[in-house]
Ligand binder design. Structure first.
Ligand code: SAM
Length: 252
C-alpha cells in the first residue's frame, strides 16, 4: 500500500473510538461478521455479493437511480455535484461518506478537501470496499468497514456527513441520524439522499409495496427534514425527484 494511503488510514484510526484491524487497504471493525447490523432485506444482501460491486457504479446505480428519480432527477454526476455543493468541503476538512459503496462520492470529497483533508468512506460490505480501494483516487481517502447506524467515530470529529442511497436500508434509520449528528462538529453539514413516497393513493400504496419487496423503507416527504430539525439542524433544504429526496442542513 502506498505510504500516503497508510497515512490517511492512520489519521482515520486516530478518529475512532476503538482500534480497528487493517484489512485489504481499509480499516475493519466488523471482523468475521458478514454485514453490519441486522439484515434488512434483498437490496442490502445484494450489496454484499461479489458481482454487484463490479457493475454497481457504471450500470446498477445509474439505472436504478434513474428509475427512482424519474426523468427530471439529477444524473449521477449531478448527484455528486449537489452533494459536494451542499457539504461545501474546504481544504483541510474531514468529510464522512456513510455507506460509501464503491466510493464514487468519497473520491470527489477526497479531491475537494485537498492534501491536508481527509475523506472517509464507511461501508459494511467487504466487497464494496475492496472495489472502492481498487478504484484508487486521491491520497486523502481512507476506507472503514463498520456499521453506519452506530458510527464508531469520536464525537464532533467531522465537518461533513454524506449518506446517499442508503438510509432507507438501515434497520434503525433514526438511530443512524442520531449518530450522524453526534460525529459532526458544530456547524458541520449534512446531505442525505433517500426515498420519498408520495402522499396520494394509489401511488403511495404502490410505492410502499415496492419498498417492502425490496427491503427498503419508504420515508414520507418532509419526514427526513423534520428528523433533522429535531436533532438541531438548521437551514434545511429539500429537493424531490420521483420517489427520492435530497435533504441537506447544518448542525446548529
Ligand atoms: C445503494 S449503496 C449506496 C452507495 C453510495 N452511497 C451511492 O450513493 O452510490 C448502499 C450501501 O449501503 C451499505 N450498507 C447498508 N447497510 C449498512 C450498514 N448498516 N452499515 C454500513 N453500510 C451499510 C451497503 O453495503 C451499500 O454499499
Amino acid at each position: 500500500m502506498p505510504t500516503s494511503r497508510t497515512t490517511a488510514l492512520a489519521r482515520l484510526g486516530a478518529l475512532l473510538e476503538t482500534p480497528a484491524e487493517t484489512g485489504d487497504g481499509f480499516l475493519d471493525l466488523l471482523g468475521a461478521a458478514n454485514q453490519a447490523g441486522p439484515p434488512t432485506g434483498l437490496t442490502q444482501r445484494l450489496m454484499r455479493t461479489t458481482l454487484l460491486p463490479q457493475i454497481y457504479e457504471r450500470y446498477w446505480r445509474p439505472a436504478l437511480g434513474r428509475a427512482l428519480k424519474g426523468p427530471f432527477g439529477p444524473s449521477m454526476a449531478g448527484e455528486v455535484r449537489l452533494a459536494t455543493e451542499f457539504l461545501r468541503p474546504r481544504p483541510g476538512d474531514t468529510v464522512l461518506d456513510v455507506a460509501c459503496g464503491t466510493g464514487r462520492f468519497t473520491r470527489a470529497f477526497g479531491a475537494a478537501v485537498g492534501p491536508d483533508g481527509l475523506a472517509i468512506g464507511l461501508d459494511g460490505a467487504r466487497t464494496m470496499l475492496t472495489k472502492a480501494v481498487a478504484e484508487g483516487g486521491p491520497d486523502t481517502l481512507a476506507y472503514l468497514r463498520a456499521d453506519a447506524v452506530r458510527l464508531p467515530l469520536k464525537e464532533s470529529t467531522v465537518d461533513g456527513v454524506c449518506c446517499f442511497a442508503a438510509l432507507h436500508m438501515f434497520a434503525e434509520p433514526e438511530t443512524a441520524l442520531d449518530s450522524f449528528a453526534r460525529v459532526l462538529k458544530p456547524e458541520g453539514r449534512i446531505v442525505l439522499l433517500t426515498t420519498a413516497r408520495r402522499g396520494r393513493q394509489p401511488a403511495r400504496l404502490l410505492e410502499s409495496a415496492g419498498g417492502i419487496v425490496s427491503g427498503q423503507r419508504m420515508f414520507d416527504r418532509g419526514e427526513i427534514a423534520a428528523s433533522l430539525r429535531a436533532r438541531g439542524f438548521t437551514g434545511i433544504t429539500e429537493r424531490y425527484a420521483g420517489v427520492t429526496q435530497i435533504v441537506a442542513g447544518r448542525l446548529g
